[in-house]
Design a protein around this ligand. Sequence first.
Ligand SMILES: CC(C)(COP(=O)(O)OP(=O)(O)OC[C@H]1O[C@@H](n2cnc3c(N)ncnc32)[C@H](O)[C@@H]1OP(=O)(O)O)[C@@H](O)C(=O)NCCC(=O)NCCS
Ligand SMILES: [Zn+2]
Length: 216
Amino acid sequence: MRFDLMYHRHLLSQVVDCYRNVFAEFPWDEWKKCEVCGTKWGISSLEVLSGANYMHCGQEVKDYHSIQRVLEQIQDEVRAETSSWIAMTEYGQVVGFAWAFPITLDALVAKLGRPDLPATISAGWDHQNRIAYLSEIGVLKEFQRRGIATRLAQRRLEEQRDQDLRVGIVRVKRTPPSVTYTWYSKRGFQLVSEYGDLEDRVILARGLQGLSFERD
Ligand SMILES: CC(C)(COP(=O)(O)OP(=O)(O)OC[C@H]1O[C@@H](n2cnc3c(N)ncnc32)[C@H](O)[C@@H]1OP(=O)(O)O)[C@@H](O)C(=O)NCCC(=O)NCCS
Ligand SMILES: [Zn+2]
């Protein structure tokens, strides 16, 4: 269903939990971190960490994504013009989320730190300075590979087309190829910028006309 903070504030803490659980799993492993040495652990390291009393470098490890930070991110990104969707089980458990919002080229450069974006995007698409930034998508591990993200992405896409957004942008990890890198590439998203960092993060773009996540 569409997730609107005006009407669904009672679901906010579940969406926060879902986000934190999704990114605590492989391949992100963003569950706990040591603020001294920067090491991070996924939920699969629970036994190792509990065996060490959740201590590293002489300090207690911290949540990688604190509840407060995720709450702030959602409140910042899920605004009136944001296309935000959640997946729920018949028992009301939130098991997936996806949101995206319109952004200007200047704001996109500031957000992603890639000054080459205006040139590459303007060369490829008639974007009218309103780009659809595909910010977040995630599905709990136990519910993956059943088409839930596909349906969330499709609803999001249709709503953004209704808002007359013409080009979508997404940031993904290329090496090793993330599920989303392969998924978006297969649907015609093209490389528009690369970070050249250790995680090999890249930015992909595609016109929204003619795009569908539900069929090849
Ligand atoms: C990416 C993610 C949202 C996909 O959710 P999902 O509900 O399992 O996805 P779907 O079942 O709708 O499948 C979507 C596509 O991904 C593919 N896919 C999903 N999981 C995959 C896996 N583990 N390995 C390879 N391909 C996979 C599917 O085959 C499908 O591709 P196709 O339509 O071309 O056949 C989910 O894996 C996830 O939450 N990952 C962690 C969070 C994350 O990486 N978010 C994106 C950050 S940019
Ligand atoms: Zn440490």
